[in-house]
Design a protein around this ligand. Structure first.
Ligand code: GLY
Length: 282
């Protein structure tokens, strides 16, 4: 476990996918909102450039597919931990086909593929919080108990606990990891209740960083050679109060990333990449 924890947040590769024009009108969303597709695509391009140019990850860019309006949100199609990739069965039927291209990309990267074939199971990667020690799986509109059981079976080295998602789309719509042992959490009642459940379920005492806006709690943490702790987080333009909170993370490379358009279709920062550490497999 010690070695695995040291590697928490270490990544070499990212899989991303283009945002199709159909995202603007057809992507699923909890609140009706108009999306400016050019802005959404620009935002996504900037996100990919951060991963590739600023952070030096090897980025596999899958093509957008107009018949899959939500396909930019690749996180929901797979859960990768170590050298295993669980190909999910997304909760929304309209998103099931997204897994095919993801499966091919992860197989090409040499990962061991586990398919979720049980027709009673559903799981979106957005409901999966991996802390480096254990998994928390949100039971939501998209993810059910059977999906969590299959995840537990795929990653037998880790404990898996389920957490009810009482509001929002996914578990990670209001939380994420901010470093080894640090959970970033939103301040709404449902977010705080979910945190309490995670704390009760775990043998470990996690530190927490509470931010005023739930969606701003969705950040991407990495630990990269020659960069150290890195956090991609919301911009001050979008969430001024929450953005300020990240300044508490001394010695971090803090990178604000715009997400104003994709958030209109419930897309958070973690949704747009699947991160992989190929060095973990050697
Ligand atoms: N628009 C992202 C989702 O609903 O899955």
């Amino acid at each position: 476990m010690a070695g695995l924890l040291e590697r928490f947040g270490c990544y070499t590769h990212a899989v991303v996918r283009g945002a199709p024009a159909s995202l603007a009108t057809e992507a699923l969303r909890s609140v009706q909102a108009e999306v400016d597709i050019a802005k959404a695509q620009g935002e996504h391009q900037a996100y990919v450039e951060v991963l590739r140019n600023r952070l030096g990850l090897e980025v596999v860019e899958l093509p957008a597919d107009e018949t899959m309006p939500d396909c930019v949100f690749v996180e929901d199609a797979a859960v990768v931990c170590g050298d295993t990739a669980l190909i999910t069965r997304p909760g929304a039927e309209s998103r099931r086909k997204e897994t095919e291209t993801m499966r091919g990309a992860l197989k090409d990267l040499g990962l061991n593929i586990v398919d979720m074939t049980d027709e009673n199971a559903t799981l979106d990667g957005g409901d999966v919080l991996f802390t480096g020690r254990e998994f928390f799986v949100g039971l939501s509109k998209r993810t059910n108990q059977r999906g969590a059981e299959i995840l537990a079976d795929a990653f037998k080295d880790y404990a898996v606990s389920t957490v009810p998602v009482m509001e929002g789309l996914h578990l990670k719509s209001f939380c994420s990891m901010g470093g080894p042992g640090l959970i970033i959490i939103g301040s709404s009642d449902p977010a705080q209740k979910a945190l309490k459940i995670m704390q009760q379920m775990s043998d470990h005492r996690y530190d927490k960083l509470t931010v005023p806006d739930d969606i701003a709690a969705n950040c991407i943490y990495m630990n990269l050679p020659s960069k150290g702790h890195v956090l991609l987080h919301c911009t001050a333009e979008e969430f001024p109060e929450s953005a300020k909170m990240f300044e508490k993370l001394k010695d971090y490379m803090l990178i604000p990333v715009s997400n104003a358009e994709k958030v209109k279709v419930d897309g958070a920062l973690t949704c747009c990449s699947v991160l992989i550490n190929k060095r973990a497999n050697v």
